[in-house]
Each structure stands twice: as C-alpha cells, then as structure tokens.
Design a protein around this ligand. Structure first.
Ligand code: FAD
Length: 398
C-alpha cells in the first residue's frame, strides 16, 4: 500500500493526517514530530499554559487513542533531509524512511536576537511547550521580566506574567505596539490596557545589548539607558522552517511555495501551515499566514489533493489573541486599507470593533470583546457584501 509521510506534528500535520483518513486514504500514515510530547495546541502556550492555568495534557490536539484508532503512526524523530530521487527521508538517527507522498508541515522558528549578550542564560524564546517550562522555572512573583517585542506574543506573555505576579516591561522598537498588524487606534487601546494592568510599555525602545555575569541582568537601550532584568523573553517574529525544502530543491519564497491545492513544485510533495506561502488572489500577492485556522485549512486541502479530490485554499484568514479579560478576534487582512471606522470607544471601553476599508469595501476587522461584530465582518468580507459606514459604526449595538 501507499505510504504518506508528514514532517512536523503541529496543527497542520495533525489536521493533514486526520483529513487523509477522512478523504479515504487507506495506506500508511506516519506523522513525524521532534517535540516528543503528544501533538499539542500552540496558542495557549503564551496564554493559559504560561499563566499556569492548564497542563500540557489538556492542550493535546487529539487523544493518543485517536491516532491509534485512525491508524496514524506517531514517530518521534527529526527529519534531516529529503531525497526526492530515491523517494525517502533521512532521519537524524541515521535511518531512512521511504514515501509515496510527502507533506511538509514544519512550522516556523523564533527569529533570534542578534545583539551582544543575546546568548546569556535567562534569555528565552516562546515557541514550544519546552520553552514555556523553562520560563516557568524562573518566574517567581516580584521578579523582573523584560519582553523584547510588542507583537501578539509579547503582549500575551506580558498579560500572563502579570497574572503570575511578575514586574513586566515590554520594549517595542516601533512607535507603537502591534504596529505591523493593526491601526493606531487598536495599538493605543492595547497600550492603555497593559499600562492599567501595571505593565511598563516602552515604545520607540531599541534594544542594543544585554549584559550580566553569565546570567542576564540588564537590558541596554540605544539611548544608553539600562533596564534591570531577571529574565528576558524575546518575541520578535518567526522565520519559516524551509531548510529541508530548500535543500531538496523545492521552490521557496518566504515559505515553501504552494499553489491553491497546497502542492509544492514537486507533485508528490505538499506543504501547509506556518512553513508555506501561497498566492492569494484576493490580496494580489504571495502571503505566508501564521495562524491555526489557516494551517488547518491548508492541511485539509493538502489531504484532499493526495486523495485525488482537489479542493481550493479559499477561506478568509482569521486570527485571535487573548490578553487579560480581552478577546481580540481578527477577520481578514488589513493590507493597504485607506480608512478605519471604529464602533465603540477604544479610549473608554473594553469592547469595540475597528473596521478596515479599502475603496469603501470592508477588508478586515479587529473586534475586542465583540464576537457578533466578528461574525458579521467575516461574512461581509468573505462575500464582499456592500456595507455602509453608518452600519459599521452601529454594528455592535444592533
Ligand atoms: P507548528 O505548530 O510550528 O508545528 C511544526 C512542528 O514541526 C513543530 O513541532 C516542529 O518541531 C516540527 N518540525 C519542524 N521541522 C521538523 C523536522 N525536520 N523533523 C521533525 N519535526 C519537525 N495562532 C492563532 O491562530 N491564534 C493564536 O492565538 C496564536 N497564538 C500563538 C501563541 C504562541 C506562543 C505561538 C508560538 C503561536 C501562536 N499562534 C497562534 C500561531 C500558531 O500556533 C501557528 O500558526 C500554528 O502552530 C502553525 O501550525 P504548524 O503546524 O504550521 O506549525
């Protein structure tokens, strides 16, 4: 029988394995992951798991029984190379594993800080359960955490560390937090909330060096100022894990390049999730999404492709972030918006929606504690329905 190998047992890999069975794949399925643990959900790492409100067992994407019932073999190994002409994978232990179909779901890795002192003890990244476990060992109440990067991960981490009673400083090089992804109104809102929660938010703060006697003690900013630190957590974005694909000669462009059916430049190899980039007709460019819903959708499409029942990657991108009592839900991508309409008052309230328009068309929405606006926006954006500004301003109250 045919054998499908899946490299990477994160959100994309697990969904791909499950969908292969749903689509009728009768051959072998081997899901190869290098994190040892039963595949787990990544978003809670900076939220409930860091805050000590859930165990790793509770984060399992599927139970151990699910894999055995579905005939999905979990293999704890690191894949070192793809040999496309031989049709096999080389594992780090030295053995090889032949495939008929191969899926790359290798995810992404944190961008490293490359400044003096970056390799001191006490400097952490936050991508895996193991990372969080290391951080948890040094987070006693009152200790001083400095977070480099005011993106979603940095801000979620700040909220979770406050819940643990730490003193928290967030250093953001740009003029506002979440600058890459939201409008100034939304950034100002999150800066205010974090300040109210006791986080020292510093924007325009460029980190130049870390210092300490083996262990990090101080963070130096470009103006010469130093900030004391017992631990530093770096959240400055991720890079797709494309080394395997590139070394095997697959086309890579900010991610393994896939088409609408999740196929790479080799017809026997698909890719999905954080490691893949895909031309999105709607946005007129190649985009690499970093979100659980997108990883899931691409994985479903990839599985259908392998089973000869082609589907298209078409769903509207969406994303969420939890900080304190706030649930931010984001529909669409706000690239090249020319107008922002707010419903509710972000300066005053803990609930509002921020709608992004381009040439009068709704293209994205950031909704804070406004689930109905989120559902409404998803539908309007996906179906490209006409919508008036007045309707948007009133959205939440209808
Ligand atoms: P991953 O989940 O990264 O899985 C890839 C796996 O492949 C990893 O386990 C890796 O070890 C393994 N692997 C890589 N190379 C090899 C190899 N050569 N051999 C064997 N195994 C290999 N998204 C949201 O939508 N909402 C959120 O709120 C949210 N919060 C997040 C919070 C944090 C702290 C982080 C880190 C991410 C968050 N994300 C969130 C993003 C989301 O987790 C990712 O988009 C998602 O995990 C992508 O799934 P994936 O399967 O593509 O990659």
């Amino acid at each position: 029988s045919q054998r499908a190998l899946i490299v990477g047992a994160g959100h994309a890999g697990v969904q791909l394995a499950a969908s292969l069975r749903q689509e009728g794949w009768t051959g072998e399925i081997v899901l190869i992951g290098e994190e040892s643990a039963l595949p787990y959900q990544r978003p809670p790492l900076s939220k409930a798991y860091l805050a000590g409100k859930s165990t790793l067992d509770e984060l399992a994407i599927r139970s151990a029984e699910f894999y055995s019932k579905q005939g999905i073999q979990l293999l704890d190994a690191t894949v070192e190379a793809i040999d496309r002409s031989a049709g096999h994978l080389a594992l780090s232990a030295g053995d090889t594993l032949p495939y008929d179909k191969l899926a790359l779901c290798t995810g992404a890795s944190p961008r490293r800080l490359s400044i003096p002192g970056a390799d001191l003890v006490g400097v952490y990244y936050l991508r895996t359960a193991a990372d969080v476990e290391m951080i948890r060992e040094v987070t006693s109440p009152g200790c001083r955490a400095v977070i480099v990067g005011g993106g979603y991960i940095g801000l979620e981490t700040a909220a979770s560390l406050r819940a643990l009673g730490l003193e928290v400083t967030v250093l953001e090089a740009a003029e506002r937090v979440l600058e890459r992804v939201t409008a100034p109104e939304v950034s100002a809102f999150f800066e205010r909330i974090h300040r109210e929660e006791g986080v020292n938010i510093r924007t325009g703060a460029l980190v130049e060096a870390l210092s300490g006697d083996g262990r990090v003690r101080e963070v130096f900013l470009s103006g010469g100022e130093s900030i004391p630190a017992d631990l530093v957590i770096v959240g400055i974005g991720v890079e797709p894990n494309t080394e395997l694909a590139a070394a095997a000669g697959l086309v890579v462009d900010n991610g393994v390049v896939i088409d609408d059916q999740a196929r790479t430049s080799d017809p026997d190899i698909v890719a999905a999730g954080d490691c893949a980039s895909h031309d999105m007709a709607r946005y007129g460019r190649r985009i690499r999404l970093e979100s659980v819903p997108s990883a899931g959708e691409q994985a479903k499409v990839a599985a259908a492709t392998f089973c000869g029942k082609p589907k298209m990657i078409a769903a509207l991108p969406w994303f969420w972030s939890d900080q304190y009592d706030l649930k931010l839900q984001i529909a669409g991508l706000n690239t090249e918006y020319d107008e922002v309409v707010c419903s509710g008052d972000p300066i005053r309230d803990r609930a509002f929606a921020c709608f992004y328009l381009r040439a009068g068309e709704l293209i994205a929405a950031d909704c804070v504690n406004r689930p109905r606006d989120f559902v409404f926006s998803k539908r309007v954006i996906a179906q490209r329905l006409p919508v008036g500004r007045a309707e948007l301003v009133l959205a939440g109250s209808t």
